[in-house]
Unconditional design. Sequence first.
Length: 271
Amino acid sequence: MVEGMVKMLVVKEVHFSYGKRPILKDVSLEVGAGELVGLVGPNGAGKTTLLKLITDVLHPHKGEVQLMGEAVPRLPREEIARRVAVLPQNPQIPEAFSPLEVVIMGRTPYLHFLQWEGKRDMDIVREAMEVTDSWQFQARRMGDLSGGERQRVLIARALAQESPLLLLDEPTAHLDIGYQEATFDLIGRFLKEGRIVAALAVVHDLTQAARYCHRLIMLNDGCIVAQGTAAEVLTVDRIQEVYQASVALVRHPLDGTLAVLPASNVGRRDT
């Protein structure tokens, strides 16, 4: 994080275990205003658990999480929801709900008990669905949507929440390549426009992470093993050690960002 940047999220020396099995060990990180930070690492590294600790779904056994300068346990649930919106991995959504009803849920933190959504709320919901190209099926059933269509609805719900910090757990899961690019472009645009102040995203595709994220934080076995720019974090030796995979690093021909290729595919020609 750049010195002097406003800290939207601070995680200080956090430890967490399921029973006697340690999941996170002495994890410390910061996300500043204007940043899209990518959280990378192999399956089981503790990435999703960390997102749950940030939103107070789980509680650290040691250490502290702060949202915009305040410790999370001191904040009421509705205030946490106003400060951070979450796109979770595989959320349970009733199949009979319509996409419109699901996205309207994003406005819940701003409504009083038994209060109905107003015109402003519905305008925000419609815009979120339009920019994610999900308004076109707003009246269908969630159970009738494809995986990619459901994901676009859930992204719209997170955007409709209008929280300054956005947490995304594999935001491009189930999306085809066009919508993957559009999703990251949309997050980048909202950051530039100030509609999102900062974002932390779990990203499995290292090439995507290098292309779209300002910084990367790599987790392995519950510990942060590297953080910094893509060039600093994504080295051949580190990827080999953390992912147990042989790779080659090349530069993208259009923008010069890093691309991570399986070494077995390097130099292979289709026949």
